[in-house]
Ligand binder design. Sequence first.
Ligand code: IDP
Ligand code: MG
Length: 139
Amino acid sequence: MTERTLILVKPDGVQRGLSGEILRRIEAKGYTLVAVELRQATPELLAQHYEEHVGKPFYEPLVEFMLSGPTLAVVAEGERVIEGFRSLAGVTDPTTAAPGTIRGDLGRQWPTKVLQNLVHGSDSEESAAREIGIWFPAL
Ligand code: IDP
Ligand code: MG
């Protein structure tokens, strides 16, 4: 079934000039870009986006990190793209993410309280619908 997912190139990826490389990998895999927009997040938007993490020990540093610069918000479409992009991204911790993945090839641990891991990808159909609604209400 063709589906859509919400992908973010987080501020570390945009600041490091990796937006193009990350979009290239999404397109090279065969997914279609539906929307791409450079946005500055706000605390309100992040509280919605990271609803499930509010109150966790890494939540405050996560918000501070996500406010540190612009984010590239992307909607991509394709067969099983939700699962497929999570696979392209690699596991959450960039130190242990497999080589060949975005986080594994391009990310590493920095001396901060939050894992700066370049990208976000929706983790389920429900999350994708909710997150696309937050970042791209017109879609
Ligand atoms: P995901 O991005 O791989 O889905 P989540 O568990 O949803 O990972 O966490 C959201 C984001 O919060 C992560 O991408 C990472 O930036 C940060 N994060 C998650 N767990 C930790 C942690 O244990 N320490 C520091 N930062 C974390
Ligand atoms: Mg997540």
